[in-house]
Structures are given as structure tokens and as C-alpha cells.
Design a protein around this ligand. Structure first.
Ligand code: DOR
Length: 464
């Protein structure tokens, strides 16, 4: 097979040769790829082609670039935990080519100037492509239809339960106002704030991190998820429920797939209670919590059944010192952007999901749900973003390997099979042979397609 945009020109910026390429639809073919001006310009045998740079992918699998649609890179304001530079460096070392960053920075990302500040800070410093969420709150609800369409914006994110930072929208009327203004898929952290407050004394009294999932129990997550799904239905709005953590939510969400997409994290798919709290203490503390094995099993079943659409890491770094504070004063969150792909490849090797399913969850899925332009598949005319992996490589994840300013991972010492080897972003091999290539950061803002209205309820929604 050989298919060229312009048969006159057989010159590329980059040739990726000898790899087993995952094509749209799932076929794995040993073909070569040519990239020029950031795009895939030819796929196939490619004899007669030449390039500035060649990447030998023999023995490796070439996957469409992994997009991590949930990271906290803490800039501005909390750069002692993470920065855009270090966070995106970890991303590319972990085989991730694009990220959506969360708005609970300091200041919060609520206004155009906050978004612009992040875009300015990322320019020339981000190693992968990026977009930033705008926080949805009482102060900007009426402006969200305009804000969500600013260039570089991933959409609106709402925290229904407090987790870290001051971003909170737990009032039904405020949620309604937020949902009514805008039409992009709205991302939500669904835990019921009133119930969390009511139950906090449980852990205040015990100081026992093993009760984290008892405090922030299944009911807290389920109540909020059911509430926001109902409100989204009422407003005619698409919804994305982040880091779903329980069997009960998966069962509920399976009945609402026409409107609601579902994200799970590698943490919830890999760890389980009480073991993780016994071994890691508050270093395993995140919101919503990692729960018992039956919940992990249900999340995997949700992946098999198609209820789960996306895997996002919820990379949420805090320093070791902060995490070491006595629970419950220890902040919630763990690093994850760099370990997302290694952990998921290990799960592929263990037979828990196919490589094709993984690529859909981490690349085609985010592109499809969020309307990413030219991302999510290895195809002519699409961006030349590749996560090139060795499925047989055995490595041990260590804190030393972690690029995050916070410098730690809950998986320190874990052996995995499957590892990212090269990372290519719009035709630039930014990671070669597991190390940053001698190049400058190449990240650019992600581009989004215009979102069509949700068919049945558009008339009732106000998008001004
Ligand atoms: O555990 C968490 N930490 N969950 C969140 O939703 C926020 C995050 C953070 O920003 O630290």
C-alpha cells in the first residue's frame, strides 16, 4: 500500500520506518510513515522517500499520540508542586503527546486573562500540545458560552465537591446557570459537597487514611453524578464525568450514554483499597478515592462493555512534604501523566484490554468526544503525533524517572511490561530512545472543531 498526498515530492521531515502501525479501525500493519509540516503525508512502503530525520521503529508499535485529558500542572501559583515545563516533560517521557490542563490553579482559570496567562506561560516551554479548561462557577456562569470557545480552551470544568483549591459549584441553581451557557461537553468532578462536609468528622476523629473511601463514600459520588446528569438532561448539554470510581456509577452511567461520557484513571484501575492505603498511606489519597476491589473490577467491566470512553491520569502533584502531613490534612492527588501509558501497556500485556481498545481510550476517544482537530488517528492529513512503544520492554517505574517537580510516583518500584520508547509530536521526535532528544519544546495549543448542538434540546437552551 502506498498513498501519497503529493507524488511529486518524496521528501519528508521525518520518516518512521519498520514499526507496526496501529491504523484507524484497528489493523496492525508493518508500514512506514512520512511526516511533513507536522502532518502525515504518506503511509506505506515509501521506497524512494528521503527525510531530514529517520526514526527506526523496528520491533516497536506505533500508536496514535496519547492525549491525557486530565492533568493539573499547577501553574500559575503552585509551581513548587508542578510547572507546565516539568509536567509536559513528564508527559512526553511517558509517551503522551497532548494534555488538557485543569483550572484549580492560583489564581483559578475563570476569565480570558487567566486562560491567556496559561497560554503565554506554555508558549516555548511545553513539550507536548496543550489546552486549558475554564472553571465553571457562580462568578462566570453567564460568560461561559463565550469563554469555552476561546482558542486553547478545552471546555468547562466544574467541581461539585471540594477537592483541592477554591473552585466549587455545589448549588443547583449555579449548576443550572453553568449548564445553560455553552454547548461543549462539560467536564465534572462529581462528589456531593454537602455529604462530604457532613461526613468529614469520621476522618477528623480517626485520622486514619484507610477511611478515606468511607468518608468520601460511593453514595457521595453517586448522588452528585445522578444530580448532574439530570441537570445536563434538563439543559440539553453533553457531559463528561471525570475519574468515575465506583461500580454503582458505572451501572448508572450505562443508562445515559447518549449524552454522558465517562473517564477513569489508571490509579482506579491499578490500585485497590485497603491495600493501597496500608502500603502508601496518604500518598494513595486522591479524590474521588481509590476504592475496594469490586469497584476496580466494575471499572474494567465498564471498559470491556464500552461504558468507559476515556482514560485520563488526573495527574495531581503535591510535594512529598505536603503528602506526608497527618491525614486528613494531607492534600489529595498523585502524579500520573508519566505513568499512564506504561501502566496501561502493562495491563495490555496482562490481557485486560487490547492495544486497539487502549488507543481508542487514550487517543481516538478524546479526539472524538472533545472535537480535537486532526488528532486521534494515524491517517493521511492528520497530525503526525505518535506514541511509539515496545510492548515487550520490561522496566521498573522509579521516583528518579519522574520529571514532575514533586518528584514521586505511587508506583515507585513497580515492574511493568511495555514502555514508551519514542514520542513524536507533529513530526518532531521529542523523545528518542526514552530520553529527551536535543530539541526545544514543541508544544502548541490544541485546536477544536466547532460543536454542533445536542439534537433534541437545543431549543430550550440559552447559548448567549
Ligand atoms: O485528588 C485530587 N486532587 N482530585 C482532584 O479532583 C483534584 C486534585 C488536585 O488538584 O490536587
Amino acid at each position: 500500500m502506498s498513498n501519497q498526498v503529493n507524488p511529486e515530492s518524496r521528501r519528508a521531515d521525518l520518516l518512521v520506518i519498520g514499526g507496526t502501525v496501529l491504523l484507524p479501525g484497528g489493523a496492525l500493519e508493518q508500514i512506514n510513515i512520512a511526516a511533513r509540516d507536522g502532518r502525515v503525508v504518506a503511509l506505506g512502503d515509501l521506497s524512494g522517500w528521503s527525510a531530514e530525520e529517520t526514526l527506526d521503529a523496528s520491533g516497536l508499535h506505533v500508536l496514535p499520540g496519547v492525549i491525557d485529558s486530565q492533568v493539573h500542572f499547577r501553574e500559575p501559583g503552585l509551581t513548587h508542586k508542578e510547572t507546565l515545563e516539568a509536567g509536559t516533560r513528564g508527559a512526553v517521557l511517558g509517551g503522551v503527546t497532548g494534555i488538557f490542563e485543569m483550572p484549580n490553579t492560583s489564581p483559578l482559570t475563570l476569565a480570558p486573562a487567566d486562560l491567556q496567562g496559561k497560554l503565554d506561560a506554555a508558549r516555548g516551554r511545553a513539550w507536548c500540545d496543550y489546552a486549558f479548561y475554564i472553571g465553571g462557577s457562580a462568578v462566570n456562569a453567564e460568560r461561559l458560552a463565550e469563554l469555552e470557545n476561546l482558542p486553547g480552551c478545552a471546555g468547562v470544568k466544574v467541581f461539585m465537591g471540594s477537592s483541592f483549591g477554591d473552585l466549587l459549584a455545589d448549588d443547583t441553581e449555579v449548576l443550572r446557570r453553568i449548564l445553560r451557557h455553552g454547548r461543549r461537553r462539560m467536564a465534572v468532578h462529581a462528589e456531593d459537597e454537602a455529604r462530604l462536609r457532613e461526613r468529614r468528622p469520621i476522618v477528623e476523629a480517626s485520622g486514619d487514611v484507610r477511611q478515606h473511601a468511607l468518608w468520601r463514600d460511593v453514595e457521595s459520588a453517586l448522588m452528585a453524578t445522578q444530580h448532574i446528569v439530570r441537570l445536563a438532561e434538563e439543559a440539553g448539554r453533553r457531559l463528561h464525568v471525570l475519574h468515575v470510581s465506583s461500580a454503582e456509577e458505572i451501572a448508572f452511567l450505562a443508562g445515559h450514554k447518549q449524552r454522558v461520557s465517562v473517564e477513569v484513571t489508571p490509579h482506579h484501575l491499578t490500585m485497590s483499597a485497603p491495600e493501597c492505603y496500608e502500603r502508601l498511606g496518604s500518598f494513595a489519597q486522591m479524590n474521588p478515592p481509590v476504592r475496594e476491589q469490586r469497584h476496580q473490577d466494575a471499572l474494567w467491566q465498564g471498559i470491556r462493555d464500552g461504558v468507559v470512553d476515556i482514560i485520563g491520569s488526573d495527574h495531581a502533584p503535591h510535594t512529598r512534604e505536603e503528602k506526608g502531613k497527618p491525614y486528613p490534612n494531607s492534600p489529595s492527588g498523585m502524579t500520573g501523566v508519566q505513568t499512564l501509558l506504561p501502566l496501561m501497556l502493562d495491563h495490555v500485556n496482562a490481557g485486560r484490554l487490547s492495544l486497539q481498545r487502549l488507543a481508542d481510550l487514550t487517543s481516538a476517544g478524546p479526539a472524538r468526544l472533545f472535537g480535537l482537530e486532526s488528532k486521534g488517528r494515524i491517517a493521511l492529513g492528520f497530525d503526525a503525533d505518535f506514541s511509539i512503544v515496545d510492548l515487550r520492554a520490561q522496566r521498573v517505574i522509579t521516583n528518579d524517572w519522574i520529571a514532575s517537580v514533586s518528584g514521586w510516583t505511587p508506583y515507585d518500584g513497580l515492574g511493568v511490561t511495555g514502555w514508551p520508547i519514542h514520542t513524536v509530536i507533529r513530526g518532531h521526535a521529542v523523545v528518542r530512545d526514552e530520553a529527551l532528544a536535543d530539541a526545544l519544546p514543541q508544544g502548541e495549543p490544541l485546536r477544536f472543531l466547532e460543536v454542533p448542538p445536542f439534537p433534541e434540546t437545543e431549543k430550550s437552551a440559552d447559548h448567549e
